[in-house]
Design a protein around this ligand. Structure first.
Ligand SMILES: [Ca+2]
Ligand SMILES: [Ca+2]
Length: 215
C-alpha cells in the first residue's frame, strides 16, 4: 500500500515536472561568469622539470613558450603556488627566445544579440611573475575579434617584470564591442635579461557576463 502510494506520488511529480522541462530553453554553450579558458593554469599536460619546452594542451604556441613545475631550482617556489592556488605548473616564456607567445581563441558568438546591443562585458584575471629583478616582461592581451577575425578592440594587462618570483594578480574589465564574435587571449613574453625568458603566468581567467553584474 505504502509502495503504491509512493509510486503514485512519483508519477504525479513527473507529470507536473514534464511541462516545465519541455518549456525550459536550452542554455547557451558559453556560460556567463565562468572561466572560458581551456587549460587556464598549465595543469593539463606535463610540466617541465628544468624549464625546457613541453607541449601545452589548449594553446597555440609561438616560440619556446612552455609549462614548468613549481619548486624547481631557479623558478617560483611551491609555497608561491600554495599562496595563489597555482597547482603544479605555471606558464613560462621558455629558453632562449627573444619573444614567445601562447594564444587561445574563445568563441562567444552564442551571445551575438546581447553583444551587438552592448550589454556584455569581459573580465580578465591572471597571475603573473618575473624572476629576481630581471627585465623579462610578461603581458596578457585580450582582443575582441569580429566574424572575420578583424580586431575591434583590445584590453592590455600590465607588463610584469622582476617580481622576485612572487605572483601578482592583474585584473581588467572592459565592455565587449558590438560585432565581437570571439576573444583572442594572448600571453606575451619578452626577454630583457639573461638567456631564459622568465615571464611567468598562471590561472588565466577570462569571463563574460552582463554589464553591471559582479563577476
Ligand atoms: Ca597552475
Ligand atoms: Ca631571463
Amino acid at each position: 500500500m505504502n509502495r503504491l502510494r509512493h509510486l503514485l506520488i512519483v508519477a504525479l511529480g513527473l507529470a507536473l515536472l514534464a511541462p516545465a522541462l519541455a518549456s525550459a530553453t536550452p542554455s547557451p554553450a558559453v556560460p556567463f561568469k565562468k572561466n572560458l579558458v581551456v587549460n587556464p593554469g598549465a595543469e593539463d599536460g606535463e610540466g617541465s622539470n628544468n624549464g625546457s619546452v613541453v607541449t601545452i594542451p589548449g594553446w597555440r604556441v609561438i616560440g619556446n613558450f612552455t609549462a614548468v613545475k613549481y619548486g624547481i631550482s631557479g623558478f617560483p617556489m611551491i609555497k608561491e603556488s600554495t599562496r595563489i592556488d597555482g597547482g603544479d605548473h605555471f606558464f613560462a616564456g621558455g629558453p632562449e627566445d627573444h619573444q614567445s607567445r601562447a594564444i587561445q581563441r574563445i568563441n562567444i558568438a552564442d551571445h551575438t544579440d546581447l553583444i551587438d546591443r552592448s550589454k556584455l562585458k569581459m573580465v580578465l584575471r591572471v597571475q603573473q611573475a618575473g624572476w629576481l629583478s630581471g627585465q623579462d616582461t610578461g603581458q596578457v592581451v585580450v582582443a575582441f575579434l569580429d566574424k572575420d577575425g578583424k580586431i575591434l578592440g583590445e584590453v592590455r594587462g600590465r607588463k610584469v617584470a622582476g617580481t622576485d618570483g612572487k605572483f601578482v594578480q592583474i585584473i581588467r574589465h572592459r565592455f565587449i564591442p558590438p560585432k565581437t564574435r570571439s576573444l583572442r587571449v594572448l600571453l606575451h613574453a619578452v626577454r630583457g635579461t639573461g638567456t631564459y625568458l622568465d615571464a611567468y603566468f598562471d590561472n588565466v581567467d577570462v569571463r563574460i557576463g552582463r554589464r553591471g553584474a559582479a563577476f
